[in-house]
Design a protein around this ligand. Structure first.
Ligand SMILES: [Zn+2]
Length: 237
C-alpha cells in the first residue's frame, strides 16, 4: 500500500496525502487511476447468493438493452441478459468472491532449488473497472523459494483469480505480487504484466498498438541485477 502510494505519487507528481484532491470522478476513470490496492467491495458484498445475483443482473441488463432500444422479443436477444449475468458471476467476475480463490498447497523444496523460478507468458483476460471492457495480455511471475514451493499451475491460477475481477492493471499486478508473497512466505517475488486495454484500443484514443507494462518487484528482485536476469529470461521466449 505504502509502496503503491509512493509509486502513484511519483507518477502524478503529487504529495502522498492529497493524491486525488485535484481529480474528479471522471478524471480518475478516464485516466485509469485507482484509489486502493484492495478491490473496492461493499461490506455486504456476499450476503446474497450467486443465484440471486444472476437473477438481479439478468433483470437489470435486460433493462439496459431495453433502454437502448433493443427488442428483447427477438430470438437472438432473448437469452442475452441471462447469459451475461451467468458470465459475470460464474466466469469473468468470479474472482470477486473469495470462495473462488484457488486452493494453494505448499510443498517442501526437496531439491533445494534456490535460484529464481519464472513462469512466463501466462495468458490472462480481465476487465477494466472504469469501462467494463477487456484487458488482456501476458503475466510473468517469478519467485525464489524460501524453503517452500507450489505447483506451477497454481501460479497461473492465482493470476486468473485476480484477473477475474473488474480491475486496473496496477492493482492486478500488486494483488498477485502481495498474495504470492503471503502464499510462498517470501518477499522474493516479481510480477510483470504486459497488457492491452480495449478501452484504449477500441474507443477513446483508439490506439491499437500500445500496450501497458506494470511491475511488482519484492525482496531480492529489488536488485537491478536480478531484474536484468529476469527480463533476460522473459525476453528469450
Ligand atoms: Zn478503461
Amino acid at each position: 500500500m505504502k509502496q503503491e502510494k509512493i509509486m502513484l505519487s511519483t507518477l502524478l507528481d503529487l504529495e502522498e496525502d492529497n493524491l486525488f484532491e485535484d481529480f474528479s470522478i471522471n478524471d480518475i476513470g478516464d485516466n485509469h487511476l485507482y484509489t486502493n490496492l484492495e478491490t473496492p467491495l461493499k461490506s455486504n458484498a456476499f450476503e446474497i447468493s450467486d443465484k440471486e445475483k444472476k437473477e438481479k443482473i439478468s433483470v437489470l441488463f435486460a433493462e439496459i438493452m431495453d433502454v437502448m432500444g433493443m427488442d428483447l422479443n427477438d430470438d437472438s436477444l432473448k437469452g442475452t441478459p441471462e447469459r451475461v449475468a451467468k458470465m459475470y458471476i460464474d466466469e469473468i467476475f468470479s474472482g470477486l468472491n473469495p470462495k473462488n480463490k484457488p486452493k494453494m498447497s505448499l510443498f517442501e523444496n526437496k531439491y533445494q532449488y534456490n535460484q529464481m523460478l519464472v513462469e512466463k507468458n501466462i495468458t490472462f483476460y480481465s476487465n477494466c473497472e472504469h469501462h467494463f471492457v477487456p484487458i488482456f495480455g501476458k503475466a510473468h511471475v517469478a519467485y525464489i523459494s524460501s524453503g517452500k514451493v507450489i505447483g506451477l499451475s497454481k501460479l497461473n491460477r492465482i493470476v486468473q483469480y485476480y484477473a477475474q475481477r473488474p480491475q486496473v492493471q496496477e492493482r492486478l499486478t500488486n494483488q498477485i505480487g502481495k498474495d504470492l508473497e503471503h502464499i510462498l512466505q517470501t518477499e522474493d517475488i516479481a510480477v510483470i504484466i504486459d497488457a492491452k486495454h480495449l478501452c484504449v484500443c477500441s474507443r477513446g484514443i483508439k490506439d491499437d498498438t500500445s500496450t501497458t507494462i506494470t511491475t511488482y518487484y519484492g525482496g531480492a528482485f529489488k536488485n537491478p541485477q536480478k531484474i536484468a536476469e529476469l527480463q533476460n529470461y522473459i525476453k528469450n521466449s
